[in-house]
Write a protein that binds this ligand. Structure first.
Ligand code: COA
Length: 342
């Protein structure tokens, strides 16, 4: 192969292993109604959520620990060992530490070679951004096998009183992981990824503190400052989500000369069942073409797509040759899609 040809060689990447892990403790809507003024009917009607998993007190689980558990399953199912992984991409908004990131903890927990590891901070779009990042490294030939993880430990940071009920009933803990590898046939695997952001709305869904701007001593000095709890303008987020989800799915399909009729499986970020249903109707998809599991897990942010993708694959709903679409929207605002020929 001549130098010029070699320069132009590009690969695709494909997902060859998936795994997920959720903490044991299930918290139902009924359980929540005992600690705050809420009820099962309100939560189900507005969000579709019936229960979520929250890490129990005293458990060893954290975002990194759950991520490692999911990753072990994904690597084994890929038919690889941890020694075969060339790079780690870890998406989370709830890292174990302010720094260093969870990616480096995975390198240690899985006893891996001293491979590179990065954290992606793109909230609900985190996994889509992480897949896109992994895909670029594989496309250029820099790495062959990349481990991508999305994990969240929300429950310790939620306001579990009536004051926080508009947010805290929505979020759940969990982790999902995927192993991506080089695919030489560029008509297969990840066909394209599409990423967007709009920072003007950063304050619409945010955890402001503790931050270097508002560090612990300042926070402690003002008992009324509860900016360490997530704030969400729910209706504003909802309205933007339905528009951006649609746009970025259409963008991804168009890039690949596909139409909505070509979608075999859409796996939307599990933000709210009502958002998924809106998108399903808009694209005229049947129940078999959209995968939802928010009913069991709530919104697990960066973990939601890999958990859903793992379950869809385990249930035989994602098969060889299928056109699979991943799409997400969330805090930032950030949004994105991934178009895959499975
Ligand atoms: N239980 C019972 N009542 C609740 C409640 C709860 N958990 N949370 C809020 N309420 C109350 C409010 O206090 C309000 O009462 P009021 O009318 O007396 O003031 C009423 O319910 C309506 O609140 P509102 O916030 O307007 O509800 P909503 O219809 O917008 O639904 C969300 C709230 C959060 C479910 C909805 O806005 C949403 O899903 N947004 C998108 C969120 C999302 O996707 N986030 C993740 C982004 S990736």
């Amino acid at each position: 192969m001549g130098f010029k040809e070699k320069q132009m060689t590009m690969y695709n990447s494909k997902i060859i292993g998936l795994g997920h892990y959720v903490p044991e403790q299930i918290v139902t809507n009924e359980d929540l109604s005992k600690i705050m003024d809420t009820n099962d009917a309100w939560i189900q009607e507005r969000t579709g959520i019936k229960e979520r998993h929250w890490i129990a007190e005293g458990s060893e689980d954290t975002s990194a620990v759950m991520g490692a558990k999911a990753a072990r399953i994904a690597i084994e199912r890929a038919g690889l060992t941890t020694k075969d992984i060339d790079f780690i991409v870890f998406a989370t908004l709830s890292p174990d530490y302010f720094f260093p990131g969870c990616g480096v903890q995975i390198q240690d927990m899985l006893d891996m070679k001293t491979v590179g590891a990065i954290d992606i901070r793109n909230q609900c779009s985190g996994f889509v951004y992480a897949i896109s990042t992994a895909d670029q490294f594989i496309k250029t030939g820099m790495y062959k096998n990349v481990l991508v993880i999305g994990a969240e430990f929300h429950s310790n940071g939620l306001d579990k009183t009536t004051r926080g009920r508009g947010v805290s009933v929505i979020f759940g803990d969990g982790a999902g992981a995927a192993v991506l590898t080089r695919e030489e046939d560029t008509t297969k695997g990840i066909l394209s990824t599409h990423l967007h952001s709009e920072g003007a709305y950063a304050d619409k869904l945010i955890v402001e503190s503790p931050s270097i701007r508002n560090w612990v001593p300042e926070l402690m000095a003002n008992p009324d400052d509860i900016s360490y709890f997530p704030y969400m303008d729910g209706q504003f987020v909802f309205k933007n989500a339905v528009v951006r989800f649609s746009e970025v799915i259409i963008e991804g399909l168009a890039k690949n000369n596909l139409s909505k009729e070509d979608i075999d499986m859409l796996i939307p970020h599990q933000a709210n069942l009502r958002i998924s249903q809106f998108i399903q109707r808009k694209f005229g998809l049947s129940d078999n073409q959209v995968f939802n599991n928010i009913q069991k897990y709530g919104n697990t942010t960066a973990a939601s797509i890999p958990i859903a993708l793992t379950e869809a694959w385990e249930q035989g709903k994602v098969k060889d040759g299928d056109t699979v679409v991943l799409a997400a929207f969330g805090s930032g605002f950030t949004w994105g899609s991934v178009i895959i020929k499975w």
